[in-house]
Design a protein around this ligand. Structure first.
Ligand code: BTN
Length: 558
């Protein structure tokens, strides 16, 4: 067995299988011969980062020790929706009976890794690290901590036994920060344990810093402080000699706030190791009006079967996908006033502050699609053309496959996510985000400098409803009846709107180790990018990150 599992993990797998199987998997037993062998594939339903292959494999092996499992992705690797994560071959009884439990491990732990990777990306470019907590699912501690590491986060203490962390209750009963530190310092040093103290205001911080060097904590956890307080705390700690090695922040850390917290110079505690916990606590509320319009007005205006308006949502794509799973008809639209977990391609965050952009997702049921990769390009082309018609002076363009540019900066993007069933997409959610108004300072500076908004570009106030009209009409024009190739008139439009055409680019193909430089030549009728590398012949690129080469990146690569 390649999966190395501890005794407690084996017991967890045993319990998980027992709760699902009970007496027996009657359905499988009564429909399929016990001798039958077969194969199956595990396919990713959404873009993300894989984790949990160890326990998932353990589940299959528990029921068929001979099962052949080929993992196409290892823990920590990124996947795109629709890509194969593993192929397996073995006794059909075992595969069918183990499937749900194995996928529960894989799905839940990949969710943890994916969420962690979003936080890690959000603090890229700062000195901040993302650290986990003990708020894990009972019995899953080691697995969830491993998943955090797979997502690029760091593990904090494993349990109560491997660090001293003085929290509010300890401080209260020990008589405050100073006396508590004095009590634990000596035994902790003797036991080789680090000491951390949690403080909630600057007075408590001072009390910790005032201790003589031997009684000073190794780490200080700043709980629930505003960005301004965190900045002051960083300043106070910098003046101390010898310095406190680690300053950590916890409380109120969301994908929205994480950038500005990281800018203060602290490390971060990722409060929710499990995306399931996040979802449970996150009930998206419907609102009666968005941009001055009611759901009924928008339904009529856009001739849609249903329109749902939400205040704060995680991601409108998730909300639309949930509705689609509950049989919402094709054409259903979901809009969020703000997103706390807005996402873009390749696991990137889509910063979605309230009333700044349009965050809109639409349900499609395209049936058998020869070429689902074309959907984002077609949606992008439709939206770009509609924005061009609606906003004079904007000059929008489509950067393959689905970024919307105005001038040299990005003002919008499209994320098409399919959920698959037997090789065909069961439903596709097309999510569009457009920055209508300038991005506020809560969005990290690095993101703001690479982005623009419609108002920035055209110099007049833009109404969110105008933008939503353009998005819905633009998508409808191209995706009303999705085809398997761009027709002549769409290709002619691309001549006009292809932002990358003739630009020098560097292309990092999914799964490749390094990027290749060359020239983007155009977009093929099936939606692939046509790329002429510096060395070699013209080729098609399907899943890749394409970055235009700048004068400085050219110099650096010489
Ligand atoms: C990209 O540029 O990578 C795509 C960005 C897509 C953002 C939109 S906003 C509405 C929908 N909900 C999401 O979480 N993402 C898309």
């Amino acid at each position: 067995m390649s999966a190395r599992l501890s005794e407690s993990e084996l017991a967890l797998i045993e319990a998980a299988l027992a709760e699902d199987i009970g007496e027996a998997d009657w359905t499988t037993r009564w429909t399929i011969s016990g001798e039958a062998r077969g194969s199956a594939r595990i396919v990713a339903r959404a873009d993300g980062v894989i984790a949990g292959t160890r326990p998932a494999e353990g589940v299959f092996r528990r029921l068929d020790p001979e099962v052949r499992l080929d993992w196409r992705r290892v823990d920590g690797e990124g996947v795109q929706a629709g890509s194969v994560v593993a192929e397996l071959r073995g006794r059909l009884h075992a595969i069918l009976t183990a499937e749900r439990t194995a996928l529960n491990f894989l799905g839940r732990l990949s969710g943890v890794a994916t969420l962690t990777s979003r936080y890690v990306r959000a603090v890229e470019g700062t000195s901040c690290r993302v650290v986990d907590t003990r708020k894990t699912t009972p019995g899953w501690r080691r697995l969830e901590k491993e998943a955090v590491a797979s997502g690029g986060g760091q593990n904090h203490r494993s349990g109560l036994y491997d660090m001293v962390l003085l929290k509010e209750n300890h401080l209260r009963h020990a008589g405050g920060v100073g006396p508590a530190l004095d009590r634990v310092s000596e035994p902790a040093r003797a036991a080789g344990l680090e000491v951390e103290v949690e403080v909630t205001d600057l007075a408590e911080l001072e009390a910790a810093l005032e201790r003589p060097p031997g009684a000073r904590p190794d780490r200080i956890l700043l709980d629930n402080m505003t960005a301004e307080m965190l900045r002051e705390a960083v300043r106070a700690v910098r003046g101390i000699d010898p310095p406190v090695p680690l300053l950590e922040a916890s409380g109120g850390v969301t994908l929205e706030s994480v950038g500005s917290i990281a800018d203060t110079g602290v490390d971060l505690h990722l409060e929710h190791a499990s995306p399931h916990t996040r979802k449970a606590g996150m009930s998206a509320r419907r609102i009666s009006r968005w941009a001055g319009r009611t759901e009924a007005e928008l339904r009529r205006r856009w001739d849609r079967p249903d329109v749902y308006l939400f205040g704060k949502v995680g991601s409108t794509n998730d909300q639309a996908s949930k509705l689609a799973e509950e049989s919402a008809p094709a054409g259903t639209i979901v809009i969020g006033r703000e997103q706390t977990g807005g996402r873009g391609r390749a696991g990137r965050i889509w910063h979605s502050p309230p009333n700044v952009g349009v965050y809109l997702s639409m349900v499609f049921r395209p049936g058998e699609l020869e070429n689902p990769g074309l959907l984002p390009v077609m949606a992008g082309l439709g939206v770009v053309r509609a924005l061009d018609l609606a906003f004079s002076g904007l000059g929008p363009a489509l950067k393959w496959p689905n970024d919307i540019y105005a001038g040299e900066r990005k003002c919008g993007g499209i994320l098409a996510e399919a959920s698959w069933s037997e090789g065909a997409p069961r439903q596709v959610i097309v999510g569009v985000g457009i920055n209508a108004k300038p991005l506020p300072s809560s969005v990290p500076a690095a993101v703001r400098s690479a982005a623009t908004s419609l108002e920035d570009e055209i110099g007049r106030p833009v109404d969110l409803a105008e933008v939503a009209d353009a998005i819905v009409n633009g998508i409808e024009a191209f995706l009303g009846e999705p085809t398997s190739a761009l027709d002549h008139s769409a290709l002619e439009l691309l001549d006009h709107y292809d932002w990358l055409r003739d630009r020098r680019v560097s292309v990092l193909v999914d799964g490749a180790e390094s990027a290749t430089t060359g020239v983007a030549v155009g977009i093929a009728p099936d939606g692939a990018l046509l790329f002429r590398p510096d060395r070699g012949a013209l080729r098609r690129v399907e899943n890749a990150v394409v970055v235009p080469e700048t004068a400085s990146s050219r110099k650096a690569s010489r």
